[in-house]
Design a protein around this ligand. Structure first.
Ligand code: GAP
Length: 531
């Protein structure tokens, strides 16, 4: 495809999404509602495939991850403990002239509604000073709408995982290190939703909280902590991995996932946040960015969050979030005095810092840190966590942008015309195979094509289409990103000799090459190519 201007490409993507039924504006007949999007027939399939592939890789194919499906509305204290009530804010400015509200850190990028050639920052309108705006959607639970019944739509799925940590641990037969995964809706009242679905007010997340032992426990058990190289996949998990090796492991696992569904490595950027960018509780955060047409932006964040979240819920709920780890206890019992003291000291110092950051009263910090360090030596600790957190909608948008292509293909008369083709990886393609009778008005062709459709349907997402010229039917499937088109023609019926009877033409979306395949071998043939 000749290099399209970024704006052009985005316009084409948005238009194709609407035209072909990937994504529509929510409530479109009423003029839409900003920041909300619906997925049409093709978009719904694409999104389902993305979620299923994530779940398969993160849960089904692993021994050390269990799934969760929690509610969107939770006890309001959850959001107090997590920090969202007090700190989940964006700085907002109001324009006194147009009454617009804008994110203070984006005013230089957003066009002024009154002076479209200028950004909000440049326009002469009078603006207020920035003030914090909490992004959580508020609602009321039960029939009385008062302060006691206030609840929030969750702004992330992660907190339910922390809140249910103990239940999952007790019912899943998992032991640290292990993870809990969840896919579900999240809601943020974004001040300025933008870039199509990229920043929406209702969206879906795919989150894993992977619980690990504190480094001092690992060192007691394994003798030392593995030093990760800082780049590349560190291989199968090892018992001497501390949080740094686990972080690197999850970054690389997630990049492999994106590659496995068709995002080339060259379209992704691994960004290690600088110390001053980190959330106060995070030890490190790695963002995986995708080169969207509107800029290189975050697809997923992978954060090493220490024991912040579980500690907060332990403090606010009064329920223990500690685990008893026999291996840790035995390891400390066998250590020589000097090493045990050194690990105690290091854990104690780290805990003091953590308690300080969590707002623990000054006069209690040392006492609490000492208690925690004493407990560690007896094998009891609050697990630390590595959190790979991805957005379904952003990934779907990245896949759509990545798949969009234009090339040349012959029309009905053999003249070359521009073809729009969505080059989805077969794993995510909404429809895997389309089946066509060559002509609609020949009952023998139609009957045979329907037989082929019924043969394939139990195995793949199939679309049957008999309307219009065959070239146009191919073109529609190219725009849907269907990897293969199967045509039943007169050869299939044996009209041109026995050799071709019961064979079909299979057309490859990308090369447009056609191949004859025996119907009896078709399922296997497709299966091999759709893996
Ligand atoms: N639990 C950690 C967490 O929620 P985040 O960086 O705020 O971290 C994680 O969100 C991912 O969720 C982002 O990388 C992005 O893919 C997706 N996401 C966040 N806000 C979004 C929004 N307004 N619209 C679409 N996706 C969003």
């Amino acid at each position: 495809m000749p290099e399209l201007e970024a704006n052009d490409l985005m316009e084409k993507v948005v238009s194709l999404c609407k035209r072909r039924g990937f994504i529509y504006q929510s409530s479109e007949i009423y003029g839409g509602i900003t920041g909300f999007w619906d997925y049409g027939p093709l978009g719904a399939e694409l999104k389902r495939n993305v979620k299923e592939l994530w779940w398969r890789q993160m849960v089904v194919l692993r021994d050390d991850v269990a799934g969760l499906d929690a509610t969107i509305i939770m006890h309001p204290q959850v959001w107090k403990a997590s920090g969202h009530v007090d700190t989940f804010n964006d700085p907002m400015v109001d324009c006194k002239v147009c009454k617009g509200r804008f994110r203070a850190d984006q005013v230089s990028e957003i066009p002024c509604p009154r002076h479209p050639k200028m950004s909000v920052a440049q326009c002469p309108c009078e603006k207020t000073a920035p003030r914090p705006f909490n992004l959580m959607f508020k609602t009321y639970v039960g029939p009385v709408a008062d302060e006691d019944s206030v609840a929030f739509l969750r702004p992330e799925t992660a907190q339910a995982i922390f809140v249910q940590f103990k239940n999952v641990l007790e019912t899943s037969r998992q032991k640290v290190p292990f993870g809990i995964a969840q896919i579900g809706k999240s809601f943020r009242n974004e001040v300025t939703p933008r870039n199509f679905t990229f920043r929406s007010r209702e969206f879906e997340q795919m989150e894993l909280e992977f619980f690990i032992k504190p480094d001092e426990a690992v060192e007691a058990e394994a003798g030392s902590i593995a030093e990760p190289s800082g780049s590349g996949h560190p291989g199968e998990p090892q018992r001497n991995w501390g949080w740094r090796a686990w972080l690197q492991y999850w970054v690389e696992e997630r990049i492999r996932f994106y590659e496995s569904i068709g995002l080339p490595r060259s379209s992704l950027v691994e960004y290690w946040q600088k110390a001053e960018e980190l959330a106060h509780y995070a030890r490190a955060t790695v963002d995986i960015l995708y080169k969207f047409p509107f800029g290189t932006q975050e697809l997923e964040g992978i954060a090493a969050r220490g024991d912040f979240d579980l500690s907060q819920h332990q403090q606010f709920s009064g329920k223990s979030m500690e685990v008893f780890d026999e291996e840790t206890r035995n390891a400390f019992a066998k250590l020589d005095e000097e090493k045990r003291k050194a690990l105690w000291q290091r854990f104690y110092e780290n805990k003091k810092v953590d308690f300080g950051k969590r707002g623990c009263p000054e006069d209690q910090i040392e006492k609490r840190a000492r208690e925690a360090a004493d407990k560690l030596l007896r094998g009891t600790y609050i697990p630390h966590v590595i959190e790979p957190s991805a957005g379904v909608d952003r990934l779907v948008l990245a896949l759509i942008c990545n798949a969009y292509d234009e090339d040349k293909a012959p029309d009905e008369k053999g003249n070359l015309e521009t073809r729009i083709v969505m080059r989805f990886h077969p794993r995510v393609a909404p429809i895997k195979v389309a089946v066509f009778p060559l002509l609609k008005n020949r009952p023998e062709l139609v009957a045979k094509a329907r037989q082929v459709r019924d043969l394939l349907r139990p195995h793949f997402a199939v679309f049957y289409d008999e309307a219009g010229a065959i070239g146009r039917r191919y073109r529609r499937q190219d725009e849907a990103g269907t990897p293969f088109g199967v045509t039943v023609d007169f050869d299939t019926l044996g009209e041109k000799g026995a050799a071709l009877a019961d064979t079909v033409t299979v057309r490859d979306r990308d090369t447009m090459r056609q191949e004859r395949v025996k119907i009896g071998e078709l399922v296997e043939w497709l299966r091999e190519r759709l893996r």
